[in-house]
Design a protein around this ligand. Structure first.
Ligand code: HEC
Length: 127
């Protein structure tokens, strides 16, 4: 599993170089800190794609678009995940706090797609 994640990370990293920076990191961040955050975001993206995309992404002909979660939504989600009793229907028990942290970092800094999070229709089917 870890090997697979590493390979994916390398693949994403290579793809990213071709397209320029993939994340919107604060201007004030030092370059070396940006590099570290970009790595965390890469890991978070892989975890997001595996665990969250199927319910939350908007499919178009050419792409699978990730919604722009607001900071409040991300924080709210983290709080809910740390109280699993409150939320039985999502797949959250499979996600460690560390993984969730990476996903949150990714969602916080990913390039905006202009799509806001709407209640995913697929969720009912997945329940
Ligand atoms: C089975 C489908 C499903 C999966 C998988 C799923 N979600 Fe959701 N998510 C939902 C639904 C439905 C809602 C809206 C209803 C709700 O808040 O319970 C939601 C709401 C959210 C919200 C908004 C929370 C708020 O308080 O406003 C965030 C952020 C979120 N999901 C992030 C994630 C992340 C990150 C993952 C992967 C770790 C994920 N979701 C996986 C179905 C899913």
């Amino acid at each position: 599993m870890l090997v697979m994640l590493c390979m994916l990370a390398i693949a994403c990293h290579t793809a990213k170089k071709a397209q320029g920076p993939a994340y919107e990191l604060p201007e004030a961040m030092k370059p070396e800190v940006k590099t570290e955050y970009a790595k965390l975001c890469d890991k978070g993206k892989i975890l997001y794609d595996m665990n969250c995309a199927k319910c939350h992404n908007t499919e178009t002909k050419h792409a699978s678009l990730i919604p722009d979660f607001t900071q409040d939504q991300i924080r709210g989600y983290e709080i809910r995940v740390s109280n699993p009793k409150h939320e039985m229907s999502l797949l959250e028990e499979q996600i460690t706090p560390e993984e969730l942290g990476l996903i949150s970092t990714f969602l916080m800094y990913k390039k905006k797609t202009g799509i806001t999070m709407v209640k995913p229709a697929k969720a009912d089917a997945a329940k």
